[in-house]
Design a protein around this ligand. Structure first.
Ligand code: ATP
Length: 355
């Protein structure tokens, strides 16, 4: 039976790399029925929203989506279309693997780590108080009354909620992921010494939940120290579990350690739905030129195949990417080559065939 998958090409370089992923997936012969759903800036002009309900409805039907980047046009009422999509579908876990690939000139030949980022809480929860607003004036009064704190009159405020419930599920997710993938250690990054009541909840909940996984080591580390280790000896890291904001920053850092944004895949997962997408954004500087690196979305598609239990095809796609990167003759300009997006995609598709 065919796998029903929603394909959201997105905008900027999105449609170019999404087409590349489709070319590679078709070459795997895995039977996929695509439901293509446009979203983003052009859709905003036509339909009044960059993320129309039909896109979410399609993912609720298919349960699985492959997605390109989506820019959030100004004045849409969305802070970020990507964040809205994650919240609507309750995709509470972002998985971003960073592995050294051949021929890309990274400084760390043996890197193989995975960042697991909590996707729904923390400073991304969207609880913002604009400087000078009526709501902020009331917040100032409340803080004065409750805590004796005097907030500067010209301050804007973002609230950082982290709950036991929100943390428990991401911790379970990270440890289950570690166990399923034969990984040994989960490193939890936090700043609980400073933010006792938000990061403190994260750290305490992680420590409590980890007792159910005696086979996986829990390492708790302050996020600033984690940054130092990632610059110094990243190959010592295995699974890194982080609240939303630290996860965002650290996963881009890890993408940089292994060859840049053009190579970094990602998955946003919840208990019900899964959306696979590259870590990179819409890269307006190179959009429309056919030079975007397709590897990030192709490796995201490989993660999707594994999620659909098409493990052999997933491994075959990963091996084909490795071959094309190692040969270096069909790579895009970000990797020092001259191939176009579609030429590189066709080379990956051709490398899927037995030699
Ligand atoms: P957004 O605001 O949507 O995140 P951005 O331009 O701020 O977009 P990215 O699109 O993530 O950030 O990328 C930053 C830069 O990295 C791009 O401008 C581009 O030069 C480079 N880049 C990102 N993705 C790719 C890719 N797939 N291939 C080649 N270069 C890329």
């Amino acid at each position: 039976m065919a796998h029903l998958v929603t394909l959201v090409p997105g905008d900027g370089i999105g449609p170019e790399v999404a087409e590349a992923a489709r070319v590679v997936l078709e070459a795997t012969r895995v039977d996929i029925e695509w439901d293509v759903q446009e979203a983003g800036a052009a859709v905003m002009e036509r339909e009044g929203s960059p993320l129309p309900d039909r896109v979410l409805d399609s993912i609720r039907r298919s349960r699985t989506a492959l997605k390109g980047p989506i820019t959030t046009p100004v004045g849409t009422g969305f802070r970020s279309v990507n964040v809205a999509l994650r919240q609507e579908l309750d995709l509470f876990a972002a998985i971003r693997p960073s592995r050294t690939l051949p021929g890309v000139g990274g400084r760390h030949p043996d890197l193989d780590l995975v960042v697991v980022r909590e996707n729904t809480e923390d400073l991304y929860a969207g609880i913002e108080f604009q400087m000078g607003s009526e709501a902020t004036a009331r917040l100032r009064e409340m803080l004065r009354e409750l805590r004796g704190v005097e907030l500067a009159p010209d301050a804007g405020v973002t609230v950082k909620p982290i709950s036991v419930t929100g943390t428990r599920r991401i911790v379970q997710f990270a440890f289950d992921f570690a166990r399923r993938n034969g990984r040994r250690r989960v490193t939890v990054g936090h700043k609980a010494n400073i933010m006792k009541f938000s990061d403190g909840v994260f750290l305490r909940t992680a420590t409590a939940e980890a007792t159910a996984y005696p086979d996986i080591e829990l390492q708790a580390i302050q996020v600033d120290e984690l940054a130092m280790w990632l610059a110094w000896e990243p190959e010592t890291m295995d699974v890194i579990l982080l609240p939303n904001l630290y996860g965002d920053i650290v996963s881009d850092l890890c993408a940089g350690l292994t060859g840049g944004l053009g190579l970094a895949p990602g998955a946003n997962l919840g208990w019900e739905y899964a959306v696979f997408e590259p870590v990179h954004g819409s890269a307006p500087d190179i959009a429309g030129r056919g030079v975007a690196d397709p590897v990030a979305i192709v490796l995201s598609a490989a993660m999707m195949l594994r999620h659909l239990a098409e493990r052999d095809a997933a491994s075959a796609v990963e091996r084909a990417v490795v071959r094309v990167l190692a040969e270096r003759s069909h790579v895009t300009p970000d990797l020092g080559g001259t191939a176009s997006t579609s030429e590189m995609a066709r080379a990956i598709a051709a490398a899927l065939l037995p030699a």
